[in-house]
Design a protein around this ligand. Sequence first.
Ligand code: 13P
Ligand code: ZN
Length: 273
Amino acid sequence: MGKVTDAGFVKGFIRMADDGWNLGFHERNGGNLSYRIKEEEVEGIKECFAPAEWKEIGTEVPDLAGEYFLVTGSGKYFRNVSLDPEDTLAIIEVDDAGKMYRIVWGLKNGGRPTSELPTHLMNHEIKKRLTDGRHRVIYHAHPISIVALTFLLPLEDKVFTRELWTTMTECPIVFPAGVGVVPWMVPGGREIAIATSEKMKEYDLVIWAHHGMFASGADFDLTFGLMHTAEKSAEILVKVFSMTDKKRQVMSSADLRKLADEFGVVLPEKFLD
Ligand code: 13P
Ligand code: ZN
């Protein structure tokens, strides 16, 4: 039985935190990350667990009963995760009713899981159900250009999806379902968790106006790649809008259809008129 920090999924989690910090997605304690741990991975480290007391999640996630998650701590800085994972991260267990959690490892100097735990867990619950358990990673970041666009574009799924898709050709292939947008709301609670998880029924990327973005994926590479790709497209878009409000040429709906055919992805009709 190895140390928790020797486990492959913990190493992958820490590498992703470093990558996000290096790309400027995480000022101060901005952003949070969670991973739904596989049963066999839990078995490999269970001996290291020291369960603390049960606490309210702040919402209900019955389909996650008995699951374990690796999560970032509230107020912890992404730039410190690789330096001291036992201080900045926690493994939590969800109770049989999906209403309470307890810390079983980490946060050695005290603290609690991310304040966005309700959103993380409600997103995990939706994605576990809708992807047959494939999705395991939920990632929240504060990427600059995505946030900048929420001051310029109408806060509509279709507008953001079309703008991001048509700015960088790989976007419709990387996120064929599109992007959801949640209007400005107070972060950290059940209300924004419900709004976000509703959008996660349809999309793997959900923007929080004037705040940041959530991404969901099967593993660390795919989830990080999703955030990175959408933010890169947004960065190009910000540069274009900085030069002009009139694009001389842009991909058409017919172009998007051709792309979808060639790459074997299905783009929702509602984004193609
Ligand atoms: P936490 O430090 O509680 O994770 O909060 C950071 C954040 O980005 C809130 O939306
Ligand atoms: Zn945030």
